[in-house]
Design a protein. Structure first.
Length: 626
């Protein structure tokens, strides 16, 4: 009975997907009719997830052996427990068939935060019904279909036994496992549950993911996600743009379409690289190759990540979208339309790819990259030798970076490619053949970061022999700083938590020296466009390091915004400044200058407010395209 009713619901969700597509087909450009069967097929996993959650109460009522199942009142209650959640699911799913053109994304849980007042919500529901009569009619028909399919499935004959049979007991764990896999959206229990961004893995163009998804899934999967609150420090975005303008354009007299390779090194803190600490006698570093590379590169002395987790790195680096109250890909806005380094460079003939030696679902990396417009994504599943798996996270860095170099040698130029390393992640294991090769240092990560440094050296040795190498811009940075520090006075504070290396290297030595201004991950996207001379207008929450009009650097941390500008760091909680420091001469942030420098504080508060309003408004209203 339970399985039959579930299968009827799967069919109803496919009918609703068809209605959604037919009513919005003009919104899905470049969609070929031959793609629809696979899109509908992949949609089943998201449908089953929504159905599993909405049916959980009903499943429990009829799986747990009880004589109450034979009572008429119990069956009537069960009918309500089945029908009411699914009627709500149908209502929201069908509403999106009419609402989608206004938002260009499926509705998420943030809907209830934006329209939380009951009277306002009911008034808008009435307007919706009147404005979208075809949707309203289809909704009523789907309600009727749900009730009919419920009645079509007959309840099994009464079981008069006082004690449950062994079959009734045995089916409970079996069904529980089936339910858990359906609810997660996959039966690979080692990976993350399915999320909104994973729908982009099953379509050729990210905007088509709305067809794969269903609205109940999007709402249920974003419960608890932190919505960005609306802010109104300024009357409009135009007024805020006087102090912070994310819409920007860069161009050069003559474009240079070099290849671009971005290397994100797991947990590579600035403190691991001796070159950043030349003024400190006796400072110990663990990455000698990075020191060599820095001496031949443009090195950013004061660089910061825009988050503390791996999942926060890619949106910052690739799309210049920093983390706010939550990692961008975990928010209800994860399926916004965005510009990125990938979809901009694709306009100029670049082939784009992303590599990570972990599972395809790790941290939603591949899913986000597809949303950001990458042509190809590669994971552990594509790597040819499973013996190189570290047993915990991914392929060992040395082997994977060699594989990455060989793969690039087969790409058509110009190309953009991003690789994410993994070995310098807890539990910080290295291959057995290198036991005793690298200094163990004072922290668990030191030996593994030394191994990763060696893997980087081997990568550049291999790549240096390949024809594409000399015509390439390399960018090396961390996804975030490590959680451990051997120098807590310098790095266990709100600015040190985010301190990472950032290096721009070109084999032709066109980029050399030290950049002394503050930089951040969100600067990488606009900097690359500026360096290449690409003529395009973008929305970015960073700015080119080559620009004469640099924007302030803003990093969110634990309930406050940190604004870096010149030699100062302002900590702002959304209402007032709670700290002002000369962070270059006071890296431990021990001297609060909030009251001593009122003019600096006021200027930086305006910058902070302008950034917050630009960021919150553009993310909430899906205005992340110019």
């Amino acid at each position: 009975m339970l399985l039959k009713r579930t299968l009827w619901l799967v069919l109803l969700y496919q009918v609703m997907r068809c209605i959604f597509f037919v009513m919005n087909h003009r919104m899905f450009q470049e969609l070929e009719f031959s793609d629809l069967p696979m899109i509908f097929l992949h949609g089943v996993r998201f449908d089953l997830s929504a159905i599993a959650y909405l049916s959980a109460g009903y499943y429990a009522m009829y799986l747990i052996p009880s004589p109450l199942r034979e009572k008429k009142w119990y069956r009537l209650t069960g009918g309500a427990v089945w029908l009411l959640p699914h009627l709500a699911g149908i209502l929201f799913n069908m509403a999106d068939a009419g609402y989608y053109p206004f938002t260009l994304k499926r509705t998420t849980w943030v809907f209830f935060k934006e329209f939380g007042e009951e009277s306002r919500l009911l008034a808008q529901t009435g307007d919706f019904v009147r404005s979208f009569l075809p949707v309203s009619l289809f909704t009523v028909l789907m309600f009727i279909a749900l009730i009919i399919t419920y009645r079509l499935v007959r309840y099994p004959p009464a079981n008069r036994q006082s004690m449950p049979t062994w079959k009734e007991i045995a089916i409970i764990p079996v069904f529980a496992l089936l339910w858990l896999g359906a609810a997660r959206g996959n039966y690979s229990f080692g990976g993350r549950p399915a999320g909104i961004t994973q729908a982009s893995l099953f379509v050729k163009h990210p905007q088509h993911s709305a067809i794969v998804l269903n609205t109940p899934f999007c709402m249920l999967s974003t419960i608890g996600s932190v919505a960005f609150p609306p802010v109104n420090y300024f009357k409009s975005l135009s007024d805020a743009a006087v102090y912070y303008q994310p819409v920007q354009a860069y161009e050069a007299a003559k474009p240079r379409f070099k290849n671009v390779v971005i290397i994100l090194v797991e947990s590579m803190s600035r403190e691991f690289v001796a070159s950043y600490h030349q003024r400190l006698p006796g400072f110990t570093g663990y990455m000698p190759f990075m020191d060599t590379l820095i001496s031949n590169s443009l090195n950013c002395r004061y660089a910061y990540s825009n988050g503390k987790r791996s999942i926060e790195a890619l949106p910052s680096v690739i799309a210049s979208i920093p983390s706010g109250y939550e990692a961008y890909t975990l928010t209800p806005y994860a399926n916004n339309h965005i510009n990125s380094i990938a979809n901009v460079l694709k306009k100029y003939g670049y082939h784009t790819s992303f590599y990570h030696g972990g599972h395809a679902t790790t941290m939603n990396f591949a899913a986000f990259c597809r949303t950001a417009g990458f042509d190809e994504t590669y994971s552990k599943d594509d790597y040819p030798n499973p013996a190189h798996y570290d047993g915990t996270w991914a392929i060992w860095d040395e082997e994977y970076l060699q594989y990455f170099a060989a793969s690039l040698n087969r790409k058509k130029e110009p190309f953009l490619s991003v690789v994410f390393t993994a070995t310098s992640h807890h539990p910080f294991r290295i291959p057995e053949r290198y036991a005793g090769r690298f200094p163990k240092g004072t922290l668990a990560i030191h030996e593994s970061i030394g191994y990763t440094d060696y893997a980087l050296k081997r990568f550049f040795e291999t790549a240096g022999k390949m024809p594409w190498y000399k015509n390439t811009l390399f960018i090396i940075t961390a996804d975030h700083a490590a959680t451990q520090s051997a120098y807590p006075d310098m790095y266990y504070n709100p600015q040190g938590f985010f301190a990472v290396p950032l290096v721009f290297f070109t084999p032709d030595s066109s980029l050399r020296g030290t950049y002394e201004e503050v930089t951040q991950h969100t600067d990488i996207f606009p900097t690359v466009l500026h360096y290449l001379g690409v003529r395009d207008t973008i929305v970015a929450f960073g700015s080119s390091i080559f620009s004469a009009s640099r924007r302030p650097v803003v990093v969110w941390f634990s309930g406050m915004f940190q604004v870096f500008e010149g030699d100062y760091l302002l900590q702002y909680d959304g209402n007032r400044a709670i700290g002002l420091y000369e962070f270059k001469t006071d890296p431990g942030l021990t001297r609060n200058l909030t009251n001593q420098l009122p003019e600096v504080r006021r200027r930086m508060e305006l910058n902070a407010r302008a950034f917050i309003q630009q960021y919150s408004t553009r993310i909430r209203q899906n205005k992340t395209l110019p």
